[in-house]
Design a protein around this ligand. Structure first.
Ligand code: ZN
Length: 138
């Protein structure tokens, strides 16, 4: 069995963003040499997500509006977590959007459903953050 580990680094200048990281994960898969197995991709920060959905700008805007309704950033004083920090909303948004995804690898390809792409969701940007890619298989 082969095992591959790599960290992807992001430094998003805005507070929130959705970034399609499918090309980086496919590059990891090529580097791993795995043809049959599993790929785990997870955010290594509690204010960022990794999720799978459509690469469609209208949907990404809908996420932004929906998440702001669920957990508005302002006023920051509404959250007990906020004292030294102002990122309680980012923790909540990350919880909704998820920590990680697992994708099957078949014939050396990410075995996606229709329109599926992997995204990094940033909810408290302006600093360096990591995403772990772990690939196992043969
Ligand atoms: Zn916090």
């Amino acid at each position: 069995m082969k095992s591959f580990r790599k960290e992807l680094w992001f430094n998003v200048p805005t507070r929130r963003a959705f970034i399609n990281i499918t090309p980086q994960v496919e590059k990891c898969l090529r580097e791993s040499g795995v043809h049959e197995g599993l790929a785990l991709v997870n955010a290594m920060h509690i204010t960022a997500s990794v999720f799978i959905n459509d690469d469609e700008s209208g949907l990404h805007n809908d996420y932004e509006v929906w998440l702001e309704k669920l957990a508005p950033h302002e006023p920051v004083s509404q959250y007990r977590h906020n004292g030294y920090e102002d990122n309680a909303d980012a923790h909540l948004k990350r919880q909704v959007m998820g920590r990680e995804v697992v994708v099957a690898i078949t014939n050396g390809q990410l075995d996606f459903g229709t329109w599926e792409q992997i995204f990094y969701g940033e909810f408290d940007g302006g600093r360096k953050k990591r995403v772990l890619v772990k690939i196992i298989g043969a």
